[in-house]
Design a protein. Structure first.
Length: 177
């Protein structure tokens, strides 16, 4: 089966949303931002959802939204939230043959520089050490689900999207092109 969707995963600060937008445009397919879909489904910001209902409820909504996106017939590039592969059901969804998972990587020092002053809207990154802890906990999860990995350190979003687009085209994505 040819892949129908691309899921862009990685740590906060790797450029998932920006690269997903550029990639969808370059490939001529739909785009979706999982965090925006979660906020719409929850009727509140992610920060408020965490504060009012906790991470567990956030992950439930996020997983339901991911399932909906990956069930769509229209080829789509999905900018996933950084914690998507922390949920076992999501790992199974991402490993289906109709999904290509792109892991955007960056070194912790790059992530710290990119996210400086941004902890206000990131509930899991309140303290400086939170990012390092998250990096250690998640990198093996991204590795486990990825089909394509691209380092974003020292690269512009345009160059990263160009690299990813080239690799995807070699796999036959998007279908029918």
């Amino acid at each position: 089966m040819t892949a129908r969707h691309v899921a862009v995963v990685g740590m906060p600060g790797t450029g998932k949303s920006t690269v997903a937008d550029l990639l969808a445009e370059d490939l001529g397919v739909a785009k979706a931002h999982l965090d925006e879909m979660v906020e719409s489904a929850a009727g509140r910001s992610i920060e408020d959802l965490f504060a009012e209902r906790g991470e567990g409820r956030f992950r439930e909504i996020e997983s339901a939204c991911l399932l909906e996106l990956l069930a769509a017939e229209e080829p789509t590039v999905v900018a996933c939230g950084g914690g998507v592969p922390t949920v076992v059901d999501n790992v199974e969804r991402l490993q289906k043959p109709d999904v290509v998972v792109v892991w955007l990587t960056a070194l912790p020092e790059t992530l710290h520089a990119r996210l400086e002053g941004d902890s206000r809207t990131r509930p899991l990154l309140r303290e400086p050490e939170d990012l390092n802890r998250m990096y250690r906990q998640r990198r093996h999860l991204y590795w486990r689900v990825c089909d394509v990995a691209v380092a974003t350190d020292g690269r512009t979003p345009d160059s990263v999207a160009g690299i990813v687009s080239g690799r995807l085209r070699l796999t036959g994505f998007p279908p029918g092109v």
